[in-house]
Design a binder for this molecule. Structure first.
Ligand code: MG
Length: 392
């Protein structure tokens, strides 16, 4: 019976991290070994904090380091992955970064199990086949409407049938300027493409700030308005959803567990639930949310903004769903997020995206590519080294 013998974390970062809404500036890859098998995963957001939650000294019985519930565990079935996830959440319940750390570990366990059973992860999840996705080009708003227009034109020239514009100046200035950005985005991507808008929680929970932006979203036929409010601002979401129709609300990337996502589906009036497998606890809870959403007529969409390892991990949970058509596909990745894997997910001649039909996640890390971004970290407590960056 293979047991989890080691878990290594590789914290990689661009030399300079900018204060912009670009999640590809650093990342944390996870290497998990059980017997002769190795799996890879990735955690989203704040690598150092995720590493710290792996090794931090126990505070009390519900606040243990994540590693205590992972190392030494038997791993040779899907049930083992679920059992380990449940154990981690119980033993590290009061450690708020647990879900991020668990995400990379969970993804690595699925990758390993797929390799062990010679199956792609989506088949282990019970899907018989995968369906192609329509990827949307995921870009930041330009600083000016003219810049947004150029980005939109580029997405169209690159054969994207959908494009999302987010963050940047949107929602911070006047509704008139925002309307100019939306008009520019629509002009650039053409009349038939899906236009998606991501407000990046800019209005917190203030409906009065969001309301004046709705007219332009309707006029230029946005498919969705994403994250007008903070995750969990359910009342604000539900109210705006009614006023925004036929533009739908999208949200959920902030979900740290299945229940948060279920609340968004049940009470926020969203039409699209966006789940980051690197944040919600990995592929296991992502799959559970995809199933829950499908049963309630809410469309599941992956959220991802880092490497193609994270991208592929975010696609497996709903790969076998025929109805969840579109997927996020970051197109402005920093070199780091591209260089850390040997293979990538490329669109086919129709502009559609499919997973590599290989065992596991289907993406191989490139440690030589990662080497130049590797951050040297040592965590020392009471004279004892709890963590040290592994050598490449
Ligand atoms: Mg977003």
């Amino acid at each position: 019976m293979p047991r989890i013998e080691s878990v290594d974390f590789y914290y990689c970062s661009m030399p300079e991290v900018l204060d912009i809404g670009d999640g590809s500036q650093d990342l944390l890859m996870v290497r998990l070994q059980a017997g002769e098998w190795v799996g890879w995963g990735e955690c989203e957001a704040s690598p150092l904090v995720s590493i710290a939650s792996w090794v931090t000294p126990m505070s009390h019985s519900a606040c243990k380091p994540v590693r205590d519930s992972v190392l030494g565990q038997q791993l040779d079935s899907v049930d083992d992955i679920r059992r380990i996830g449940t154990l981690v959440r119980a033993n590290s319940m009061d450690l708020l970064q647990t879900d991020h750390t668990l995400s990379g570990v969970d993804i690595a366990m699925w990758d390993l199990l797929g390799k062990m059973h010679s199956e792609p992860v989506y088949k282990l999840l019970g899907y018989e086949r995968q369906y192609p996705r329509t990827p949307y080009a995921s870009v930041l708003f330009g600083d000016t409407p003219a810049e947004t227009l150029e980005k939109a034109k580029r997405a169209r020239a690159e054969n994207f049938k959908a494009a999302k514009f987010g963050w940047g100046p949107y929602g911070l200035g006047s509704p008139e300027t925002d309307a100019e950005h939306i008009a520019a985005a629509r002009e650039g991507i053409g009349p038939d493409a899906h236009l998606l808008v991501d407000a990046g929680t800019v209005w917190k929970d203030d409906i009065d700030l969001a309301r004046p932006r709705l007219a332009a979203l309707k006029e230029f036929r946005a498919t969705w308005l994403e994250e007008p409010f903070l995750s969990g601002a359910l009342n604000a979401y539900a109210t705006l959803a009614q006023e925004a129709a036929p533009v739908k609300m999208a949200g959920g990337e902030g979900s740290h567990n299945v229940h948060m996502a279920q609340h968004m589906i049940d009470y926020a009036g969203i039409g699209f639930v966006q789940i980051d497998a690197g944040r919600i606890g990995g592929i296991t809870p992502s799959f559970d949310v995809a199933t829950y959403a499908r049963e309630r007529g809410v469309t599941y969409v992956n959220h991802t903004f880092t490497s193609h390892l994270a991208l592929a991990a975010s696609l497996h949970p709903f790969a076998g769903s025929a109805t969840d058509e579109i997927c996020e596909y970051p197109t402005e990745l920093k070199s780091l997020a591209w260089d850390v894997t040997k293979n990538h997910l490329a669109r086919n001649a129709d502009g559609q995206l499919l997973l590599n039909d290989e065992p596991g996640i289907g993406i191989e890390p490139d440690l030589q590519g990662a080497k130049k971004y590797l951050v040297d970290v040592e965590i020392r407590v009471g004279g004892k080294v709890l963590y040290q960056t592994p050598a490449i």
